[in-house]
Design a protein around this ligand. Structure first.
Ligand code: KIV
Ligand code: ZN
Length: 508
């Protein structure tokens, strides 16, 4: 479908902005770049890369993503504040295609208690901000924050002022996830009737009542043509509308919706995996489209039906979303070309030196694990390439356990900012002994809030993927590590979380 087709849905992905605001989903710069590349490969139309004025880290990420991305429009969020808009424009200086997204709240509650502004001051701020943004970039989007609790005519008035000053997209967020499908659709229809037909109407729905996707789909039927989404629906509180659910709904039910999109659906599953690995959250097994059970048939009746004709119980095929068939791809004898081709197939375009790094890791892994699958390779890329230099790195680890009354013992060597430091200690179990020894070396003693182990692929030689969440001095961090030995994977995950924690300390 042509980009100009009036029935094409524009996907505005905000995984890197609203998504990154969700608890425990913080990403570092190289992880944001990796995610942005993956979103570009997936075919999203716009990547909201951050909120430039909110922190130097966001500014830097938007600038880096602007240089990196070839296809998608790169966008920065900005309040209706001239300084915010200038920072957004600066951060987008190198983007091939750029958008500024400016917003202000229009609900009585937000105007009075959050902004402490009178309605006419809010309208003036819209006029000034959108005029200023339009002087900086051609493509400006305006959002009425908390639109679903705003007075309809006041919301339309704010939108009309934005259009008169150059906004080309009007976004109607359900900021607190309060709206119901028919109600949100009626709001969109009301606005659509009152603004020029060449203005794109967008929706941005939160999931507090579990209706973000339903509200988005209902809004399409009322004339919205842009959806603000995140991968796996991550975002503030209960999250945002999940990209994969919206896209597969309009794809599977194409005769009902009669809408097109530019998403390459075969990249949906790899994109969800990349996100899950980066933020260290596992995807719920029953998550629509990308959860492990989405295509698993347990009951005999269902299995028999699927074997005779998959359409009996499957409304889409696993291949449509890029679910790998788990074909063995690499092993001990694979060379650089095979690794490079496989990585490119999976959407990773690495420099020659980075491919050598991954190849060396493949060889090391192949010594202990015979078959290397796509998921293993992806874990190696994230471990080896997309890690910013760490303060603490694991060099050697030895663990002893016995049932003879000797407590489990861990001995380890860490690299601490370039210096080798060793320590040994006891614990109630081997992982406890490792974490205690790490605490001794690093001088941290965080609270372990969450610990989970996941087998990356099947088989007893599968790599274990450990995710930990720790907190110390009111800061928390998620860490992830993978290794065929789960005690080693645990040490890596714990160190990864400590590295993130100490980076947060440095940033403040
Ligand atoms: O939820 C919301 O209202 C937002 C706006 C900034 C678009 O995220
Ligand atoms: Zn939001």
């Amino acid at each position: 479908m042509q980009k100009s087709d009036p029935n094409r849905i524009i996907i505005f992905d905000t995984t890197l902005r609203d998504g990154e605001q969700s608890p425990g989903a913080t990403m570092n710069l190289s992880e944001k770049i990796l995610m942005a590349r993956q979103l570009d490969l997936l075919g999203v139309d716009i990547i909201e890369a951050g909120f430039a004025a909110s922190s130097p880290g966001d500014f830097e990420a938007i600038s880096a993503i602007s240089r990196e991305i070839d296809n998608a429009v790169v966008c920065s969020l900005a309040r209706t504040d001239i300084h915010d808009i200038d920072r957004a424009a600066e951060s987008l200086a190198h983007a091939k295609k750029k958008r500024i997204h400016t917003f202000v709240a229009t609900s009585p509650l937000h105007m009075q208690y959050k902004l402490n502004m009178k309605p006419d001051e809010v309208l003036r701020s819209v006029e000034n901000a959108v005029k200023h943004a339009s002087a900086c970039v051609e493509d400006v989007e305006f959002s009425c924050e908390d639109a679903s609790r705003s007075d309809l005519d006041f919301m339309v008035q704010a939108c009309q002022i934005a259009v008169d000053n150059g906004a080309k997209t009007l976004n109607i967020p359900d900021t607190v996830g309060y709206a119901q499908p028919a109600e949100h659709a009626a709001r969109i229809a009301y606005l659509k009737e009152r603004v020029s037909p060449d203005i794109v109407i967008s929706v941005h729905c939160h999931n507090d009542l579990g209706l973000a996707v339903a509200n988005t789909l209902a809004s399409f039927q009322a004339g919205a043509r842009q959806a603000e989404t995140t991968i796996c629906g991550i975002g503030e509180r209960a999250g945002n509308a999940a990209l994969e659910e919206i896209i597969m709904a309009i794809t599977v039910r194409r005769h009902l919706y009669r809408l097109g999109h530019g998403i390459k659906t075969e990249h949906i599953y790899p994109t969800a995996r990349v996100l899950s690995r980066i933020i260290g959250h596992t995807i719920a097994r029953n998550k629509p489209i990308v959860g492990a059970n989405a295509f698993a048939h347990e009951s005999g009746i269902h299995q028999a039906g699927v074997l005779k004709n998959p359409e009996t119980y499957e409304i889409m095929t696993p291949a449509t979303i890029g679910l790998p068939s788990n074909a063995i791809v690499l092993g001990k004898h694979s060379g650089k070309n095979a690794v490079k081709a496989k990585l490119e197939d999976m959407g990773y375009h690495l420099e020659s030196e980075q491919i050598n790094q991954v190849l060396a890791a493949v060889k090391r892994l192949a010594d202990v694990k015979k078959d290397i699958y796509d998921e293993d390779l992806e874990a190696l890329v994230l471990e080896e390439v997309y890690r910013i230099p760490d303060r603490y790195a694991l060099v050697h680890l030895g663990v002893q356990t016995s049932d003879s009354g000797v407590p489990p013992t861990a001995a380890l060597v860490l690299d601490v900012s370039g210096k080798r430091v060793q320590h040994a200690g006891f614990g109630v179990g081997p992982i406890d002994a490792v974490f205690k020894a790490i605490d001794k070396v690093t001088g941290h003693s965080p609270k372990l809030e969450q610990f989970s182990v996941n087998a990356i692929t099947g088989g007893t030689d599968a790599q274990g993927e450990v995710t930990v969440r720790i907190s110390e001095n009111n800061r928390n961090a998620v860490g992830r590590g993978s290794h065929p030995d789960i005690i080693n994977a645990s040490a890596r995950a714990y160190l990864n979380a400590l590295n993130r924690l100490s980076r947060k300390e440095e940033d403040n």
